[in-house]
Design a protein around this ligand. Structure first.
Ligand code: HEM
Length: 388
């Protein structure tokens, strides 16, 4: 018998899952004993890889690899990973799993795979503009967090499932590819009432409001590649930036100084010119002294599509902490999806690097770009149109 408390827990999760395009409410049992439970299984199949058009998961790990094989070997690895992905999403142990009990079902687990620029020296057909980003003035890039030929990104409701999936994927990659960096990150997209919310970064800011909404033409145009090469239609380009955030100097600011740096309120994420999170920014508004209410160098102004010839990106932030003894570094594993890095992301980044108020408290220490191939269907495998 489901207790009242458990029932409301399920209902809350169902609302969150439905809004995220994820969980499906299924009836278990028959007649009066029927109970509603939530299936938190995300199908790994589809036109696009399943982890992309979703909010950030609670627990995440990204692993970049150096490739040590040829084109045929890469094809074998993609077949192997695709069958792993199907098993892991379903909560089944993949063949060879040395800890099969950790393969848990109903964890909203997704695995996203990407190809770095160097892969295309083996395969040809490089998506246009998929190149390492130029080093920005404020960047302090470390090789330990940069580049990579292959990416796997695992997201799930809990870290145990993520760590298990990553262990499996790395083990199967062993003959073909070696990890060069690993990054973990976490995100809380659930409010106190169990309903989905935008979530906050470690500065305390609501982060993700300006994203195009899932399922809209705006989202599709922003994210999915519609241009050639043919194999890449339905794919997207991912930029991974590891951005250190100086919480100590940020904490020395007054609240209004913090809000001025972005142009939005800390309490709700509303623009300084509005009342609710999703109110449009009024970039023309002036205060009593004639100064812009949203400052010229405010992050939300400089990154706004109206100030960037309509360019948009789809961002996901993963908060990270990195401890060394008692010393902690904090930041954001900043993920940006777009159809084109050179056409959308790079102009935006260049503009922010030149003038963004946030630059005083943020430093990018890692950078990588990947082409995320389109999804696959039962019987197929990831990257088949390129490598098959
Ligand atoms: C640690 C670094 C960063 C922090 C803390 C941060 C924080 C924020 C916050 C609080 C907002 C306002 C709420 C929202 O719309 O999500 C925002 C908006 C945005 N940020 Fe960032 N951001 C960072 C880095 C970047 C970078 C590197 C880029 C791109 C190169 C970027 C692009 C954008 C865009 C496009 C928007 C939405 C603007 C709109 O309303 O259309 N951000 N960011």
């Amino acid at each position: 018998m489901t207790s009242r408390r458990q029932f409301f827990g399920y209902a809350g999760a169902a609302a969150a899952g439905a809004a995220a395009g994820g969980g499906v409410v299924v009836a278990v049992g028959t007649g009066s004993s029927q109970e509603q439970v939530v299936s938190r299984t995300i199908s790994p199949y589809g036109d696009h890889q399943a982890g992309i058009a979703r909010p950030a998961s609670a627990a995440n790990e990204l692993v970049a690899f150096k490739l040590g094989t040829d084109r045929a070997g890469l094809g074998r690895l993609m077949r192997l990973w695709s069958s792993d992905i199907v098993a892991l999403a379903d909560g089944r142990a993949a063949p060879g799993d040395t800890a099969p009990e950790l393969a848990a079902a109903n964890k909203n687990l997704t695995v996203t795979v990407g190809f770095g620029p160097r892969v295309f020296t083996l395969t040809g057909q490089k998506p246009v503009g998929l190149d390492d980003l130029p080093v920005m003035r404020h960047d302090r890039l470390q090789p330990a967090w940069s580049g990579g030929d292959l990416l796997v990104m695992v997201g799930a409701d809990d870290a145990v499932s993520v760590v298990h999936a990553v262990r499996r994927l790395i083990a199967d990659a062993k003959p073909f590819a070696t990890p060069v960096w690993r990054q973990t990150g976490f995100w809380d997209g659930t409010g106190a009432d169990g309903k989905p919310v935008t979530g906050r970064n470690l500065f305390g800011q609501v982060d993700g409001t300006g994203n195009p909404a899932f399922g809209t033409p705006e989202f599709d145009q922003t994210v999915w590649s519609a241009d050639g090469p043919d194999w890449f239609r339905g794919g997207t380009m991912l930029v991974v930036r590891r951005i250190r955030m100086n919480l100590d100097t940020w904490d020395e600011l007054t609240r209004s100084e913090q809000e001025r740096a972005v142009g939005r309120k800390l309490s709700t994420g509303a623009p300084l010119t509005g009342a609710a999170e999703h109110d449009e920014l009024d970039l023309e508004a002036r205060d009593a002294d004639g100064r812009p209410v949203i400052a010229q160098n405010a992050h939300a102004r400089l990154s706004h599509h109206s100030e960037n010839d309509g360019r948009r990106i789809f961002r996901k932030g993963l908060n990270y902490v990195h401890d060394s003894g008692a010393t902690r570094e904090s930041g954001l594993v900043f993920l940006s999806h777009q159809a084109s890095v050179s056409g959308q992301f790079l102009p935006l980044l260049t503009r922010l690097d030149a003038a963004d108020a946030l630059n005083e408290w943020t430093t990018t220490i890692g950078s990588a770009v990947f082409a995320l191939p389109p999804g696959f269907q039962p019987g197929g495998w990831l990257g088949q149109p390129l490598l098959g």
